[in-house]
Ligand binder design. Structure first.
Ligand code: HEM
Length: 407
């Protein structure tokens, strides 16, 4: 097996393991909500541990290894630096997990010193991202100037831009800047640019990397990416609490969302025509999730905000539709399109579990009529939350066995 595919397999297996830990942590949070014992952990810390592990060790290393694979097609000599860089990012990301779980963002007292380990390790992870960016810059000119490369370029730019928001949060926290609007805006600038920019562009880049190459674009290819790159950072006010929002912030977010929605709509139209020839049913599921995400996104532009503003449940639904429904299922589809040898049982189980989880999130989105809610709705939501962990465990065993057989 070629080195680029070996690296993909290894990183896939490790990322799956961390995905399992992060998904189970999400389930533990739900379990805690219905009164289960969670070893005295604070619920907000459990949620931070879940979201940070998802970000650092799932939706970052998987796209990075696909980008590495793309570079190594024309620059195989990049193997060792890419391997080390991704390994270090994964190790530091996982090292931050126990600190988020136990202490959240709070400092840990060691002797007389108070050290905010979770924040420090998060900073190191971001330095790891810059390291990857430098390696990418060094070898990118050797690679073909394909549509996937354009999306990989854009995704990495968004990753660096989002990290500026995260540095800002750290500075605001330790500089004792006591302004809710500034700290909220910086946090959501990071979150939105990372999710709508990095995660979505990288996922679409992976799609184009594996899709049929006979596309004839009716427009210049920059039109496929420009609205998303310009719009994603503007969407951050949607994350702010209602008391911090004002008219101009709301219109900025709506404008950004419109741009992203249009950009993704054009890509969707195009992606539906360039579906990879393998695993068509799985890819269609992925595109259906993207279409749903775009629909909710455009609804936020055109529907009156009194309907949806301040609905925490709707935010959680939208976020999981995008990051679990679209981005994570795309990773599964992509890995199985490259690696045809392992069984697809885990993938189909995963798609089913994602469908059920998202359906349960609709029930608590705030838009579902209360009269139609089943009794003990949170019990159903908790059952929905454990299903992806089971499916990921099956995929891990199947993919691990297949790698063991290949030697
Ligand atoms: C695999 C199955 C998953 C489960 C069971 C799960 C579960 C949860 C739960 C229970 C919450 C707290 C919701 C609340 O505050 O009411 C949450 C929040 C969150 N999850 Fe997940 N999740 C999953 C996948 C993901 C993925 C793939 C990502 C990102 C890559 C992700 C990122 C987040 C983020 C960022 C939040 C914080 C949302 C906020 O408070 O604004 N989750 N998740």
């Amino acid at each position: 097996m070629e080195q680029k595919d070996q690296l993909l397999q290894k990183v896939w297996l490790w990322s799956l393991l961390f995905f399992l830990v992060a998904a189970f942590t999400g389930f533990v949070y739900r379990w805690g909500l219905i009164g289960g014992d969670i070893l005295g952990l604070r619920m907000s810390n459990v949620r931070h541990a879940h979201s940070h592990l998802m970000f650092f060790n799932w939706v970052t290393p998987v796209p990075l290894v696909f980008m590495a694979r793309h570079l190594m097609k024309t620059a195989p000599e990049a193997y060792s630096s890419l391997k080390w860089c991704i390994t270090v990012i994964i190790l530091i990301g996982f090292a931050s997990y126990p600190f988020f779980l136990i202490y959240g963002y709070h400092p840990v007292q060691i002797g007389t010193a108070n050290l905010p380990f979770s924040v420090m390790l998060s900073g190191l992870v971001m330095i790891g991202w810059y390291w990857f960016g430098l390696i990418y810059l060094k070898y990118r000119n050797k690679a073909d100037s394909s549509l996937s490369q354009l999306f990989y370029d854009g995704a990495l730019v968004m990753l660096v831009v989002s990290s500026l928001g995260a540095w800002g949060v750290a500075v605001a926290q330790f500089g004792n800047i006591d302004n809710n609007l500034i700290s909220g805006a910086l946090t959501h600038f990071f979150l939105t640019t990372f999710t709508e920019g990095w995660c979505v562009l990288a996922a679409i880049g992976i799609f184009y990397d594996l899709s049929k190459k006979n596309y004839s674009l009716p427009v210049d290819k920059n039109w496929l990416i420009a609205p998303i790159v310009l719009g994603a950072p503007l969407m951050f006010p949607f994350g702010l609490s209602v008391d911090l929002l004002n008219e101009s912030l709301l219109w900025t977010a709506k404008f950004g969302s419109l741009l992203v929605g249009i950009g993704l709509g054009i890509n969707l139209w195009y992606m539906a025509r360039a579906l990879p020839s393998r695993n068509k049913v799985i890819w269609l599921f992925v595109l259906a999730m993207l279409a749903l995400k775009v629909t909710i996104q455009l609804s936020a532009v055109f529907l009156p905000e009194t309907l949806w503003l301040g609905q925490h449940g709707l935010r959680v639904l939208y976020l999981h539709l995008m990051l679990l429904g679209f981005v994570s299922t795309l990773f599964f589809a992509a890995f199985h399109t490259v690696n045809t040898r392992s069984s697809k049982a885990g993938v189909y189980l995963f798609l089913g579990s994602v469908f059920v989880l998202i359906a349960t999130l609709v029930l608590i989105s705030g838009l579902w009529p209360p009269a139609w809610q089943p009794t003990n709705v949170y019990r159903w939501v908790t059952v929905g939350a454990i299903l992806p962990s089971i499916a990921i465990a099956v995929e891990l065993v199947v993919a691990g066995y297949s790698r063991f057989k290949q030697g």
